[in-house]
Design a protein around this ligand. Structure first.
Ligand code: GMT
Length: 391
């Protein structure tokens, strides 16, 4: 049995009344799937039974214990008449099986589309299981508001037994976008502060940068909302002033444009596109500065993970980022697209060891005091319990 560091956060690991929970999430690299997976792993360690239902194993899911997390693969069925695989029906069907077989009391749908709809579908088939939907960001701010999904997303949010959002910004956006009056509880994301720590082994850092070089980092799924070209623009300005390197972790549709821009600006030799991998904490633990210039970001989980590793953040003042990064304390916030201001802020931090260390320590402190699993997980567990016990 693999024991996660999570076990050390809580004194009791055998609840007197364990719950059976199913989880639906996007399984590729992305914040909503990461939160779902980290939460599932933590609550399984606490003695609750956790069952993930998905098309593929969630990308950060590893190890486990006798309570799971278990993973149930959705079987797809191709038929000549079908011009598409109808995954939300297959998901509802697979979830129905899991609910019946494992006595699932609550399904936690992460990201409204299509998971909240599939969970409600399975609920109406089985007449069992409560549905909690956690909104993560673009399910409200981008995709959910698209006419193609507007009615189904609104319906799923309106009819879930409970709805949570990962920031105050997102809760407000949800009310505004969908004109709903139901409560949306804010439960912030959390970070595993044991896994995400400063990495002091110089042997690791030296693989990516010379000791005198500043090491900048960006981690995302390289979608347009992340503005990865701004990362390159900022880095080009920084590296024209001080020795520096940039690690780009992740993959996605904007990767080639970022690569081309790095070539065009003559910095490609100092920019490393590492691709996607789950063991991101090691890279975060050696970085000097994290860049997050997104046009919108409901929370910015990657920034929080970097903060937990004592890495100051330079980000855009967008969406829920100011609820995570305190301007001037744990990093700097600038207007979206203002790459000059971002480069200026980055240089100010990197040129002053005193500022750099003060911000890094403050960042870690915020991770410990505001976003620690022991503060956030009980909020989910008591919300589950309230729903299951109909309170
Ligand atoms: O909403 C998305 O873009 C999807 C999601 C993901 O899977 O990448 O990201 C969102 O959820 C994360 C976890 O709650 C947040 O940290 C991200 O800020 C949020 N992304 C956006 O709002 C763009």
């Amino acid at each position: 049995m693999t024991v996660f560091p999570a076990a050390s956060y809580f004194a009791a690991s055998s609840p007197t009344d364990p719950m059976n929970i199913a989880v639906l999430c996007h399984t590729g690299a992305g914040g909503s799937g990461v939160v779902a997976t980290e939460l599932g792993m933590q609550i399984a360690q606490l003695g609750h039974e956790v069952h993930f239902v998905g098309a593929a194993t969630p990308f950060r899911l590893q190890g486990g214990c006798l309570n799971g997390p278990y993973f149930h693969q959705i079987s797809s069925f191709a038929y000549a008449l079908f011009d598409q695989p109808y995954p939300e029906l297959a998901t509802a069907n697979a979830l129905t099986e899991v609910i019946r077989e494992h006595g699932i009391q609550l399904t936690h749908a992460h990201y409204a589309i299509p998971h909240a709809s599939s969970a409600l579908h399975a609920q109406s088939i089985t007449g069992k299981t409560k549905v909690m939907t956690t909104l993560h960001g673009t399910d409200v701010t981008l995709v959910g508001a698209e006419p193609a999904f507007m009615y189904t997303t609104r319906h799923a949010i309106q009819h879930s037994d409970a709805v949570t959002a990962v920031s105050k910004f997102l809760a407000e956006q949800t009310h505004e976008t969908f004109a709903i009056d139901r409560p949306v509880e804010v439960i912030y994301n959390f970070v595993d502060t044991v896994r995400f720590q400063r990495v002091t082994d110089p042997g690791i850092r030296v693989r990516f940068a010379h000791p005198e070089e500043a090491l900048l980092l960006h981690v995302s799924n390289f979608r347009p909302v992340k503005r990865v070209e701004d990362v390159i623009e900022v880095f080009a300005r920084v590296s024209s002033e001080i020795p520096a390197r940039l690690l780009m972790v992740g993959d996605g549709p904007e990767r080639s444009r970022a690569f081309e821009l790095a070539q065009h600006l003559g910095v490609i030799g100092r920019v490393h596109f590492l691709g996607s991998f789950p063991d991101v904490q090691t890279i975060m633990g050696i970085a000097d500065l994290f860049l997050l210039p997104s046009s919108n970001e409901s929370f910015g989980l990657a920034a929080l993970e970097a903060m937990s590793c004592e890495v100051p953040v330079v980000a855009s003042r967008a969406g829920g980022i100011p609820e995570v990064v305190d301007d001037g304390v744990t990093g700097r916030l600038t207007a979206v697209g203002d790459v000059d201001a971002m480069a200026h802020a980055a240089l100010e931090i990197l040129r002053s060891p005193e500022t750099y260390q003060r911000m890094g320590k403050a960042a870690r402190q915020v991770a410990l005091e505001r976003f620690h699993p022991s503060l956030i997980i009980p909020q989910y567990l008591s919300a589950y319990r309230r729903l299951i016990e109909n309170k």
